[in-house]
Each structure stands twice: as C-alpha cells, then as structure tokens.
Design a protein around this ligand. Sequence first.
Ligand code: FRU
Length: 505
Amino acid sequence: MNDINREFVSHDEALARAEAGVAKLAATRNDRWYPKFHIASNGGWINDPNGLCYYRGRWHVYYQLHPYGTQWGPMHWGHVSSDDMISWKREPITFAPSLEADRDGVFSGSAITGDDGRLWVFYTGHRWANGVDDADENLEVQCAAMSDDGVHFEKLGVIIDNPEGFRHFRDPKVWKQDGMWYMVFGMSTADRRGEVLLYSSENMRIWHFEQVLFRHPNPGVYMLECPDFFPLRDKEGNEYWVLCFSAMGERPNGFANRNLHNAGYVIGTWEPGEEFKPRTEFRLWDWGHNYYAPQSMVTPDGRRLQYAWMSPFVPPVPMQDDGWCGQLTVPREISLDSYCCIRTEPARELESLRETTMEYDPFMLGVNESFRLLDDVEAAEIELEMDMSHSTAERAGLKLMLTEDNAHTCVYYDDQTHRVVLDRHANARGDRGYRAAPFTSHTLKLHVFVDRCSIEVFVNDGEQVMSSYSFPSDGPRALEITAESGTLSIPSLRIHELRSIGLEE
Ligand code: FRU
C-alpha cells in the first residue's frame, strides 16, 4: 500500500501543467457551439460529473477532464462552483494524476461532508497494467482526498484496494445513513458480469465489503459504471431505493438502449444489512442520444438533483475541432410519483436564467402549416402544449436550429407510433439518427431547453426526457412550429430566451 500511495510527481506541478494545457486550448476556442447555460470546460475534453455537493454555502460540480486535448485521455478533475446554481465560477483544476495509485487517471467519484466538517472526496485511482493502454488489464482502486474549502485537496491515497485485480472496479458513490458510511461502486467479475458492490465504514477510512448489491441479470452486460443508490418517497410516503448505473454491453431493444452504453435505474427496496430487492425492470433515465454517467446530490431543502454527461458516443463530434468537447446536462430534479414512477424535471433554479419571455394566445396550425417563432435564437427554453385530441396532424412539433441550408432538428409528436421523436436526420454536422420516447396522455407538454449544440426535451412534466447534441450550421438559427398531414391545436406556448451561466469567458 505504501508504494502505491507514493507521489511520482508533485501534485502542484501536475496541476499547474494541466491548467496551462486547458488555457492553451481555450485561447483558440471557437464558440459557435460552446454552451451558454451548460457546464463545460473552457478547453479540453470532459466526461462524467463528479463530486456533486453543496459545501459551505456553495454548489460544487467537478467533472472528468482531459486538459491536453479534445479526446478522452489521462483523467483529471475540473471544477466549477456557484452560490445559486445559475452563475458559475471556474475554479482551479482539482486533481491531476500524481500518486502511483492514480498514475493513469483520477477517475470518477463523489463528495460528501465528513463528521469532521471537511469535504471528503472518494474517487477511483486508475492505472493501465501495461503502463500504456487497456490492451491488458486496468488496475483500479478506490482513493480518498479531503478539503476545507472544496478547492484545495489533500490526497489520502488508497482506501479500498482491488482484492483480485478485477479489470473494472470503479466509481465510488458515498452516503451516510443511521450513523454508518456506505459506498457503492461498479465492477466487472472474472466471468464479465456487471455488478454493484456495497461497502461500509464507521470512519470513512477503513472500509468493509458488505455484499454484492446487484448483479445485472443480462449476461451481456459486463460493467455497471457510475452507480448511485438513494431513497425516494412516493406521494403516499412509501420509501423505495433507486439503484442507478450506466450499463456497458446492453443491446438495443426496439426504441430502448440505442446508445453505445445506456444509463438507467432499477427501483426496489433496501435497508442496511438487507438485500436490495428490485421491483422494476431496468428503465432509461433519458431516451436521447447523449446521456451518460449521471450522479445525484441532495440539496439543503431535501431535493434530489442529478447532472449527467452528454456523451458524444458516435463520431463525427464537431466540437472536437473547436478546442473543447463535452458538456453536462442541466441539473434535474428526480422525484417519485405514483407507484415506482420516476419524474425528472429541470431544477427550479433554472427559471432564473430567463431573460425575455414571449407568450402566445391559444392558436391552431392548418394542414401542413408552419409558423416561424423566432428568426435567430441560441439559448432558449420552450414550454409548448399540444392538444392531440383536437389535432389531426400525423406529426407535429418544433423545428429547432433551422438554418438557411435547411439543416435542423425536429422534436415532434408522431401519431403513428404515439411517441415523442427527436429527429436529427436533417443535421448537416455531427451524428444523425432519431430517438423516440413513449408518452400516454392526449395533451402533450414539451418543455425544451435549446443551447448552442444541445437539446433537452422534458415530456409531460418529466415523465420522460430526451437529451441529444445537435450542431447547427452557420448563420441564424430559427425556431418554427409545424404540423404535417393534418392540423395542430396549441393551447399554450411560452418561449424564454436564456442568459449565460458565466463560463464562456
Ligand atoms: C464513465 C467512465 C467511468 C470512469 C470515467 C473515466 O464514463 O468510464 O466509469 O470512472 O468515465 O473517465
């Protein structure tokens, strides 16, 4: 253990070098697709949100960062903080590889305030067994670090070694319950099955294996990345436990699991010392093209908020030419509705981003009619109601990021499949393809967030969500509403232009 905790480079030096790496990329960044109201690095590649917390009066969001290029590479932790979740401040890079244990990457993890009032971070120290790449094995261990301000950390080194040298053994999420600390992380067994392990501790330093909390029933699923495990109460006050994970190896199944890897959850019951008893099948958090590795935190007023990485799974990934790559989703509030039904809604803090609001009286679109709502908009929130029982359209909805070359992304209701579709077939840049989420009622409420290269669609008050990148062509980005092969009744429509969260400088 001592060897593994040895510094092979001074952490301060490694951090200074990483800052210079990001600054170099940021200096020539092209902002055509750089988000106005989503968290991204000012330069370099990012992936998973890490260490989400509210500490000493500020929100902290850390994220996986490669500071030297716009591809995935040796992982660091980038950091932004905010006192209102709306205006964000860029903080110094938090972690760089510096110990033998994290030589090839400071991988994902979580943060929590300890009994000592300090901020504790748990992360995975990653090494390539051959020192270069994943051709052989990964050596992964769980590590800890501590801070008094959320900005400067002292690394404590390894707190859970990898007992068998399992290839995938990572992404600790920690919480406290009934006086005990608990940790879940993901693992791939010797026979390549995806599992979530549960550990416990009385003091956050010495951890004991409790049990395999969950083994994925599908033998094709070989790893469960970034697990999260938390209780939610439904409207009747019944408590359920939500086990989240990002499954590697799940096959597409109709409209579901269409991404390379798919993030979802299983709802069940659990209490300390007991087994987790699933009550539902695996469900997707989000039906879009680009949603992965979500992590949650609890707010001081008791809400469960989640951020995820908008993962660019399929090339081409146009932002990689612009000096940066990857953004997080907007923060979302997770709640349990009726029996085992999750709702995912935009965090209410986002309302403060609204700059101007346009409100429409109820109106009707005729057969094959389109209506231009805005000639040019980069960052907007659209609240649209469509009354399908008084409409005859076969497809009806929004055309977003519509440019002069007729490139655009559609978000529409499809009467034949009775689904909400996010369709990128007319995109001129980036990956294309469509995704389709189910819904049940006759009134369809679409709550859409459009940023410079992303679209997030909340369907019927968060019954379903879809998040996808979309890279508009050059020139003004118009917004239209359209009805195809029939009419569309629109009882209400509000459009808010949104301001920047302050990370564009
Ligand atoms: C998920 C993931 C994690 C890992 C991190 C490395 O996207 O692969 O399992 O800790 O990213 O960047």
